[in-house]
Write a protein that binds this ligand. Structure first.
Ligand SMILES: [Zn+2]
Ligand SMILES: [Zn+2]
Length: 331
């Protein structure tokens, strides 16, 4: 199966956790957390930042939120809006950042920032524009549908509130379906490639497969039943699932919530702040140890685990952290 998401741990496992995820074949990327970008390292190119439509902020501790200004600086001339999702209180925090600058030369700019504050029963959406220096705010409320916070044609994002020593949101990104066109049999079955193939994919993703579609064949254009085209050409499989978890306490309550939202995850980005020797300290500070990260990986059946946010005290012992995760993941 060719993957649809291309995620990358921008700063590597040792520094502020930032996961940049491109949605392949779309002008779309999302960012999980937004700490300090270490630009000298494998950082993000401006053209990658320009593709970011949504930023998901787990919580507003500085190491997860200070890079917001940098993203804003890069996309300021863009006319596509930016969406920021975060826990209770995020609206005031983002607005404070936006209003901290002098905006007297931006009247011609188009950028709009939409802040989605994930509350218990609803999402509070606040929209502000650089045009007036983010002074006027339009507000709107949306009832929550389970854990869902964003639905796109190709993927959904869910959020769950977890305990750190403040609230920290965990995020799950799910591809809705993985639609593979068997291009190798296209000609053999009498079809000709064309824009209809993209339309077909869209209709499958939108679950509109009852009708007909005009396709191009070797003998010209033809209306065909979508179900028949699917039989000929398409492999539909369950989509990829990616989980992002950081700054959380190892507690029964958190584990229950994580299991519910993250089971069957393909790729798990998870903090491994300390080794298990500092379990008590980890609990007090609301962080996971490597062994606990491994246990969570086992609980949700993660196919691949990417440790991140490792405490500076272990920066020369990443192998040991990795070993502790693997050992506990195997049980
Ligand atoms: Zn934190
Ligand atoms: Zn942190």
């Amino acid at each position: 199966m060719r993957p649809s998401f291309a995620p990358r741990l921008v700063n590597g496992p040792l520094y502020d956790p930032v996961v940049y995820t491109r949605i392949l074949n779309e002008k779309d990327a999302v960012l999980f957390d937004c700490g300090h970008f270490f630009l000298s390292g494998a950082g993000l190119a401006n053209k990658e930042i320009l593709l970011i439509n949504s930023i998901f902020v787990s919580h507003a501790h500085m190491d997860h939120f200070m890079g917001f200004d940098y993203v804003l600086r890069v996309i300021l001339h863009r006319d596509k809006p930016l969406h920021v999702y975060g826990p209770e209180g995020i609206t005031d925090k983002v607005l404070s950042k936006l209003r901290a600058y002098t905006w007297n030369l931006t009247m011609e700019y188009m950028l709009e920032v939409n802040i989605h504050e994930i509350q218990k029963d609803e999402i509070l959406i606040s929209s502000a524009s650089v045009k007036d220096g983010f002074r006027k705010v339009r507000r709107q409320r949306q009832p929550r549908q389970g854990n869902l916070i964003l639905r796109q044609p190709r993927y959904t994002i869910e959020a769950v509130a977890l305990k750190h020593n403040t609230l920290s949101l965990g995020f799950v990104m799910k591809e809705r379906l993985h639609v593979n066109i068997r291009s190798e049999v296209l000609a053999k079955k009498g079809y000709r490639a064309g824009p209809w193939v993209g339309r077909l994919k869209e209709m499958i993703l939108e679950d509109e497969t009852d009708g007909t579609l005009e396709v191009e064949t070797v003998s010209g254009q033809k209306d065909m039943q979508i179900k028949d085209i699917i039989k000929d050409l398409v492999i539909i499989s369950p989509g990829q699932k990616l989980t992002y978890l950081t700054d959380i306490r190892y507690s029964k309550d958190n584990l229950k919530r994580i299991e519910k939202i993250s089971s069957g995850t393909d790729l798990l980005f998870i903090e491994a702040f300390y080794l298990d020797e500092l379990k008590k300290e980890a609990y007090a500070k609301g962080h996971l140890t490597a062994a606990q990260a491994g246990e969570i990986a086992r609980m949700v059946g993660a196919k691949k685990v990417v440790p991140m946010h490792i405490s500076p005290r272990y920066h020369d012992q990443v192998d040991i952290i990795q070993d502790e995760i693997s050992r506990s993941q195997m049980g």
